[in-house]
Design a protein around this ligand. Sequence first.
Ligand code: ADP
Length: 566
Amino acid sequence: MEIDGNVLAAKSLVHFGVQHMFGVVGIPVTSLANRAVSLGVRFIAFHNEQSAGYAASAYGYLTGRPGVFLTVSGPGCVHGLAGLSNASVNTWPTVMISGSCDQNDVGRGDFQELNQIEATKPFTKLSVKASHITEIPARVAQVLDWAQSARPGGCYLDLPTDVLHQKISESEAEKLLTEADKNRSISEPKIERPLSNSKIEEAVSLLRHAERPLIVFGKGAAYARAEHVLTKLVNSTGIPFLPTPMGKGILPDTHALAATAARSLAIGKCDVALVVGARLNWLLHFGEPPKWSKDVKFILVDVSEEEIELRKPHLGLIGDAKHVIEVLNKEIKDDPFCLGSTHPWVEAISNKAKENVARMEVQLKKDVVPFNFLTPMRIIRDAIAGLGSPAPVVVSEGANTMDVGRSVLVQTEPRTRLDAGTWGTMGVGLGYCIAAAVASPERLVVAVEGDSGFGFSAMEVETLVRYQLPVVVIVFNNGGVYGGDRRRPEEIDGPHKDDPAPTDFVPNAGYHALIEAFGGKGYLVGTPDELKSALSESFSARKPAVVNVVIDPYAGSESGRMQHKN
Ligand code: ADP
């Protein structure tokens, strides 16, 4: 019996552990997808490769195994670059596999021809081609291994049409798969080095002698499954902690040592900061004054040596976050220390946090109609709290919607928040929802999206309905990017001044009707009671739903928190 390249690619993916794939089929990869399904892979078919790529990247983050997505050649590959690049920037293990044109026709203007290796290279750790059917198993193993080894990221595998149509015997295919297995450890780049005792001792000494220590953790720590070791570290030392947006939930936001509500004080005044799996990039104000004290000593824990070299911290600990914190915990155990709740630093943070929470709660308590951002966010927060454990995965994007959501919504379990991330990528929402539903089937998925974020990939609500995924998408509908027309009078001029503003969408758009077109459930809400009832019904139904929440178009601010950059 002979098999072709499509079958061998599908067999290789299954052989090396792929259970789910995302993608858009067409020439020349339809047979690859069908074969993968017949071998037991769950293939989630999208409308656009961009969303499929976002889904694969979030799947990689949530499961710790590479998320794989499949595209057609040329334009399909180009659409997929959005997901691939976003994966690499977020350091999430992701593999894009694209069909490409026949190698014999390269340079002659073949159907959907593109030099896909060169196109993908700027966005990947590794871009490789299987130039002959016999190379397929080794190449599949290589991209899967590279995507998740060392600092995770995006990898690309190119499968030309002629290679997918070549044939070999089944026995030769088996031999190639066994060989690829044997060579796996060779192809995997090794970076993990033993941690030096002196560095661990220095880190513990810095924390022990600090007057105002702080532990910051991010999505790299969540990816590393460092929640248990970080909980132990925080609880044993009594050091306050600050999660980044996607680090929320590694320890519950409700923990007594959470400094989230006292963020400015915590980062502005700490003298030693242990930063675990989070970059000192824009999200953390580059670790520089005026937000941070100029004398703060950073201890950075990151799997990437390059990252540590870039930031030049006081002390860098290169390695897997879970492993490094485990070693720190062991070192502390021999000579324990704990700040205690009456320590002036802990008290200062706790008092400030309580004060800020109380102030926010006064605003949140008001039932403002037409809705501002706070009233519906409070109702969503309370409805989510009512679900208990397992907590839902919350997906969030949009300017004001994401900003307000980050401070109001409460995260109690790790890896339950997905948002625009390192790149501030809008349009990730539906892809992330689908990935979360597939990767964490025990959890409900609740998306809290601005109408512009939703619009990037709104057609994927059909995908939700087709696969009957337990996803409730709540759209904050304020009629545009940032909301209503906010132009100053002098900005409204020229021959097209009567056109809608560049920020405008159709007012009062019926987003709920979009999902109804495919047989899903839609809700249009404008009052607290309507929203409560829609959430109660849709959360318990665990079926695809869109809740269209009409917001005052002039609530919130332009560009949310980033106004100074617009
Ligand atoms: P956040 O957006 O939460 O601030 P970042 O994406 O900026 O987080 O930073 C995550 C960091 O975590 C990256 O620098 C990445 O290299 C690092 N990282 C990824 N995996 C691990 C791991 N297993 N252990 C430690 N660090 C990791």
